[in-house]
Design a binder for this molecule. Structure first.
Ligand SMILES: [Zn+2]
Ligand SMILES: [Zn+2]
Length: 131
């Protein structure tokens, strides 16, 4: 397992005043926009927790991972999986507000049954179209 690459991180001292997050996100973690569980910031296999490990929903708060500069702030639904180059699995989130789709690295403690359900949903959708 290779560690995720990080770009150079900008200074965190100058924060815009609107950085207060409606999802209750703090440096220690955030409250999930979908299932309302408290999500600790520490994650397995990723440096930046950006979605809930229990239901895989996210929030549209970042333009680049971790910057929290996006003003959309809508909930993002996990809609599909992407087997990225190298075989790494990512979850695709679709914003319920603006419709943008963003790939996100899965964390080591993400709920496997929710991941399985995403796969099953694709299989069902495909089967339904064939018959
Ligand atoms: Zn959740
Ligand atoms: Zn959005």
């Amino acid at each position: 397992m290779s560690r995720p690459k990080r770009g150079t991180r900008g200074s965190r001292t100058e924060r815009p005043s609107w950085d207060a997050d409606p999802a209750g996100r703090t440096d220690a973690g955030f409250t999930c926009v979908h299932c309302a569980r408290l999500v600790p910031q520490a994650a397995l296999g990723t440096s930046q927790r950006n979605h809930c490990p229990f239901c895989l929903w996210s929030a549209h708060v970042d333009i680049r991972p971790g910057d929290r500069n996006c003003l959309c702030r809508s909930a993002m639904e996990p809609v599909a999986l992407w087997a990225a180059e190298g075989g790494e699995l990512r979850v695709l989130h679709r914003c319920t507000g603006c419709g943008v789709i963003k790939p996100n690295r899965l964390a080591g403690d993400d709920a496997e049954d929710v991941i399985d359900e995403l796969v099953a949903r694709l299989v069902r959708a495909r089967g339904g179209r064939e018959r």
